[in-house]
Design a protein around this ligand. Sequence first.
Ligand code: FE2
Length: 426
Amino acid sequence: MFDLILRNCSFPDGRSGLDIGIADGRILAVEAALPGAAGEVIDAAGQLVTPPFVDAHFHMDATLSYGLPRVNQSGTLLEGIALWGELKPMLTQEALVERALAYCDWAVAKGLLAIRSHVDVCDPRLQAVEALLHVKEQVRPWLDLQLVAFPQDGVLRAPGALANLTRALDMGVDVVGGIPHFERTMADGAESVRILCELAAERGLPVDMHCDESDDPLSRHIETLAFHTQRLGLGGRVAGSHLTSMHSMDNYYVSKLLPLIVEAGVAAIANPLINITLQGRHDTYPKRRGMTRVPELLAAGVPVAFGHDCVMDPWYSLGSGDMLEVAAMGLHVAQMTSQDGMRACFKAVTETPAQILGLEGYGLAPGCRADLVLLQARDPIEALRLRATRLLVLKAGKVVARSPAAVATLNLPGRPGQIDFARRSS
Ligand code: FE2
């Protein structure tokens, strides 16, 4: 006896015509024409069912604060950091919680059920940490929120930042963060990576560092991150976020660097929407694209996820928690237009970040958690092309969000009335 059967589903790996039987919040069986009774049956009508979207890189303490206290005029990362510094003293716990919860609502509606959020630990009151730990507990039944202790102003550059970061970890923050390219010198950047990796090793925690979010080709902290990951045996639980300087690096050096990243077991998280807008601001023409070398990292065997990074905050004025928009931007910026490339972009907002976050029971196999999204598309490529509507979002086998199908009604002589933009994608 199942609680729910989802009939006639297409899967991201190309299988189709499958039924998913769900009981006690888990997937119990996956097969064609699944026999057995069910409390409820939903006809997926051949549409794509995917495990939920996962965002490997976000800033939930800043989200939905756009315009407070003013808008970023230059559009640069550095003005964004300065603006966040102006906003911080004005933040209240209530406002932080309210905005984070509002964003989590958007996320659930978009089928985004797991988020790794950095949280700034440079404020000695640790107000944002307290607020997001509270939000994490509140949303736990429907959204996995993982927190990274992020020293926005530099763990060595900002007075007291290391002590604050350590306190945040004591309070229950899950991951050690860093920002080596924002330290005062390259040497301090490298030292910060050493200190933070050793702290993570001592405490048995993962590491996720903002690393080389810069157009400076000489910003090479990813090399140091790979070195300490290997030295301390942290492989498989370290991620380098952004890595945009790699875009501007010399090809010869990158040919040495990529194997070091692979050898160390460091994952990469690119943030295409944000870095295409923040980077290259000092260029005239040609203007550099602000994203790391995604196809080259993937070809070398590095797991690469795409993150949303920002939604309506000091760094980015747009966004709605739609990881298909993130993946579509990554696809365009990296020119990943082959069938394999497009499928890799879909994986970069589903399977790969789930692996980086270490999510338990993620997937579509029997035994996995029944966290599922039914999309108005038949395959991942069509989902990307259409930024497909999330018809249903299920958490532990229960529908937690639904959206009406996107259709247009035409009023043209001799042409069909209702269209839905469906076309074969593969
Ligand atoms: Fe970030």
